[in-house]
Design a protein around this ligand. Sequence first.
Ligand code: PLP
Length: 391
Amino acid sequence: MSERDAVRRIYLDHTATTPLDPRVLQAMLPYFENTFGNASSIHAFGREAKNALERARGTIASAIGALPGEVVFTSGGTESDNLAIVGAWRAGRKRGRTGVVTDAAEHHAVLDTCERLREDGGAVSVVGVDSNGSVDPLEVASAMSGTTALVSVMHANNEVGTINRVGDVAEAAHRAGAMVHTDAVQSFGKIAVRADDLAVDLLSLSAHKLYGPKGIGALYIRRGTGIEPLMTGGGQEKGRRPGTENVALAAGFARAVELAMELMEVESERLSVLRDDFERALCDRFPCLLVNGHPACRLPHILNVSVNSAKVLLEGEMLVPNLDLEGIAVTSGSACSSGSMQPSHVLLAMGRDLDTARATVRFSFGRENTREDVAETLERVSKLLGRMIAH
Ligand SMILES: Cc1ncc(COP(=O)(O)O)c(C=O)c1O
């Protein structure tokens, strides 16, 4: 019997990635089979590819309330974050602005990119978050100065799901003459993401978090926002991101976005009910569990819970491998870095102690999850926690 047959596996890690929607695959196939032209070629083959690329751009732009020319295709969320931060910072440096303000709960694609700017003379300020993982716009405002080039605050956190008041951050940043970037990789497709409502200049997206293909994302660059490209080459994407465009992935990304927009309201409501029921039942059974993230301003599909370190009988890091043995795929509150388990910087920034951060599990629900999956998960998780927690 294969490992797969032994136990029905339940995937609850949609924040890490989502399965490809079969309708997305269908939308991509023609561009792997027949429509192979280079979108920069001026002949009929090229024009066909270019038309498909521009249709995809239009779909993504309209989903965030942007103009097609404000959307640049990238290889994913990581590249979008890099292009936004480094590109804006280099543009700011030319105007004598070398400061960047961000916060301690950002994804590493933002945090490490900001850190790297220090090597080039960047002045990087990292503001803290509160115990819910929220960024206080007033704290961001007080970390800014007349030489701040860019403020980068994520829309929703990938570990705990907390949604930030990006519009308020943006207002303060613009008053100080800085550009504003937000990483909307996790919020896009779950809650409304509109560039104008968030009032940002730069906004990162990724396809594989919303049932699209891996390896493609987009950066929204508000009209009139000058950023420096990271790469040089052909003039694709109006010179902002050179390299032959991946039309198949762009078509898949656009189809995924269409579906996400169609389903978002109903699906987000359904997932929040599943998540809330699961959270309630689990916390009733194990009152020592601590729920991480904002109680109300939180993405609908994420539940991040820690076992209070005083109550854990085993190594906290063993939770996720043990759940994997039970057929439940989730993410832990630690990340493997250079061969050792590092507790999540987000949970530490929220004030959790090291051992509690290590004894953390993130459940993230998705389109294919049913009530039965949740009931089954509750039983399997309870069995494991019953062995791991002191009563
Ligand atoms: C908030 C956030 N930003 C950026 C990324 C990176 O996106 P990608 O995997 O498309 O490079 C992720 C992926 O986990 C994320 O959750």
